[in-house]
Design a binder for this molecule. Structure first.
Ligand code: N2P
Length: 346
């Protein structure tokens, strides 16, 4: 076969074009965040302003995120773990120190979100969002008072109950129902919690992640265990929904931004973290996703329906008895086994 000079020249130019677009020498930033946890335009704005490319990947649970980072296959520059997972990652040497001089927007973060037990001096993490865990329910579909975890074991709602597909969260619901700490390290208590979840499983429609929002907004289930920010997002779509923190107590959580040791561009990672806490950017993310910002300057920019929402911004009284997850260290194996056993039930 003969190839003409013209064909060859054309091929050559196509190759050059492909090469030039594919290998643009823009710096890249690998970001690893929860699903549905940012306004996508914010990523675009960051790329434009800093003339960089963001590779944005998502995860559904802290445990999934941990495994990916620990394995080190993908080298993430910024990730968004929660409190107990930050504590674990610090202890296992998986995080870089944050250069706080570079995070000038830390000054907009309310003091109550800084220097918490899981990272006492914020050497490794910068607050992103926070919230509670509770029950979202459909007022038209549930005619009992919803104020206790017990309702998730009420056979009347069989097939209409959604649980969180997240091991610490689901085990916490059972521990709290029984009146125990959600950081329990007591074999007898944990065994009881496991049995509660096994007993409950036939009533559960599904263990879910982000799909919970569509299912509850579409009225396909009556009750769901959710993170408060998702409740805010659901209630604004369907006014039949309401949110309760059960009286036996629950979890108060904090998601922070960290720089994993796998980071290849620390300078840009700091720029991104700082960008996310510009008041205007933090407000846009907060409004888009429904979660609660620790940035008090951002709160001033939010619409009244969010600022005045007791779901997003509970009172001191609402949260005074809530517990924060701790790294359960050597008990992790026990929690893993319990979770596996529950998931294996039919
Ligand atoms: C958002 C997940 C929120 C994380 N889809 C709660 N810690």
């Amino acid at each position: 076969m003969k190839i003409s000079v013209k064909t060859l020249t054309t091929l050559f130019f196509i190759l050059i074009m492909v090469f030039a677009t594919g290998c643009s020498n823009k710096p890249t930033l690998n970001v690893y965040n929860w699903g549905d946890y940012i306004d996508p335009d914010v990523i675009r704005d960051f790329e434009e302003e800093f003339n960089v490319k963001v590779n944005y990947n998502t995860f559904a649970t802290n445990e999934d995120m941990y495994v990916s980072i620990k394995k080190g296959g993908a080298s993430y520059d910024v990730a968004f773990p929660s409190d107990y997972m930050i504590e674990r990652m610090i202890n296992e040497g998986l995080l870089e120190k944050i250069d706080k001089e570079k995070i000038t927007n830390l000054k907009h973060i309310d003091d109550s979100f800084l220097n918490l037990e899981f990272d006492p001096n914020n050497d490794y993490s910068v607050p992103y969002m926070w919230g509670t865990v509770g029950i979202v329910y459909n007022k038209k579909m549930v005619d009992d008072v919803v104020d206790s975890w017990d309702i998730l074991w009420n056979e009347k709602y069989s097939g209409q109950i959604l649980m969180l597909d997240s091991q610490r969260d689901s085990i916490a619901v059972a521990l709290k129902k029984l009146g125990y700490s959600l950081n329990s390290r007591d074999m007898k208590e944990l065994e009881e919690a496991k049995n509660e979840l096994i007993k409950q499983k036939p009533l559960v429609y599904a263990y879910v992640g982000d799909e919970v929002k569509d299912l509850m907004v579409g009225e396909e289930a009556a009750l769901a265990v959710v993170w408060s920010g998702d409740a805010v997002a659901m209630i604004r779509e369907n006014e039949n929904l309401d949110y309760v923190i059960p009286k036996e107590g629950s979890n108060l959580w904090f998601d922070n931004m960290v720089i994993p040791k796998t980071c290849k561009n620390k300078e840009l990672a700091h720029e991104f973290i700082n960008f996310m806490q510009r008041p205007e950017i933090a407000a846009r993310n907060t409004e888009y996703i429904g979660y609660s910002t620790p940035n008090y300057k951002a709160i001033e920019l939010l619409p009244d329906y969010i600022v005045n929402s007791r779901v997003a911004y509970p009172t001191e009284e609402d949260i005074k008895d809530l517990e924060i997850f701790k790294d359960i260290k050597d008990f992790l194996k026990v929690y893993d086994e319990i979770w596996l056993e529950i998931k294996a039930q039919r």
